[in-house]
Design a protein around this ligand. Sequence first.
Ligand SMILES: Cc1ncc(COP(=O)(O)O)c(C=O)c1O
Length: 434
Amino acid sequence: MTDTKDTAQEHGEHVPEKHDPFGGARTFVQTAAPALPELDQWQQIDQAELDIVEDMTRRNELSGGTPIVREFEQVWREWIGSKYAVTVVNGTSALYSAYFGLGIGPGDEVICPVNTWICTISPALLLGAKPVFCDIDPDTLLMDPEDVRAKITDKTRCICAVHLWGLVCDMDALTAIGREHGIPVVEDCSHAHGARYKGRMCGSIGDAACWSLQGSKAVSAGEGGVMTTDDTDVFERACLVGQVNRIAGIDLVGAKYEELQPLGLGMKFRAHPLGIGIAKVQLEKLPELNRKRRAYIEEVEAGLAGIPGLRPLTKYDGAEWGGFYGFPVIHDPAEMGGISTDAFIEAVNARGLHISKTPYPNLHTLPLFAKGFDIFTRNRGPLCEAEGYTGYQPNDFPNANHAMDRTIFLPRLSDPVPEAGRIVLDVLREMAAG
Ligand SMILES: Cc1ncc(COP(=O)(O)O)c(C=O)c1O
């Protein structure tokens, strides 16, 4: 495991000592510092974000579905190619909105990969549904469609496909399974802004899609999220559950829930307009950010061919990595003269290049899921023995466990200095030989 600070940084929490783009004028807290300042010149925030925040503040555009929020949602849905988009406070509430939109509730089961961030599944849990984990393909780190199929029961109501680290799931296989069983597929694109599958934007393939716009993401609102769908009922239910009082008559497109307007269910997941203003600027920068991240990653992946014991992950046909939330590669001790993964990581770090294992625990190992928990008290809820929850054993997901042991995260650079790729490869090569 990486240490707490690394995990915090991976998730974009403020790392104050690293970077101050405004020379001490603390007008804005930068949320995602470059991974390695000496190799990465990335400045996530510049004058454009400041300008839009200032303009919006002067206009008192600070609450509700403001013009910038509306514009962002329109740009987002056109970009993804979906009928509807709604902004929310974070990726977690985007997933809550999608699951609620799809009618997920008590007694239902939702399948997701065991190696994702907990927020992929926690909203389903809080809606009363039971999380059902599936194993992964250790060569792709992504959910294994065959294991998804094996986990389907007559209670399965949703498959959540997570494009982890910006890598793209086998969407043909997953949507085929969904269709076969009449089960909707939600895409969790929180790591994968701008990723594509067979020419289509990730997020346009399943029945609904969610993005986190948290500070370390490729499009940051500081904190924020977006949900998209083509399904009017899913959209309207998502608005009912999170968009209280936004602007009656705009959020709902049909008459079905009209009498519940404008209060809906009285819940509020509305995004802060200033965050969305920042995200609007960040979205404009995304193509360039993805281009630079991709070029660096492709250079390093190509260079791994000359380093026995390190290799890139396998990508599914037609998958175009995007967002690049992390840069995982596979380590094989046997091919590296028996150097263990931990020893290799230690040696590379000692040489000044920060690499690590995954910051995400496999979810079945968390006490919450391994043992269960009485979420709603008095023996109620999907993780209660009284409701048939049996928990998980450590070896229930052998591929995910294996992947956790041998996956290494290399520095993910966003605006690499010249020669950064070569420097990274030189250190890896030297330490692999040693
Ligand atoms: C895969 C995944 N899904 C969902 C989320 C939740 O997003 P947020 O932190 O914006 O609530 C995250 C956050 O990092 C994530 O990594």
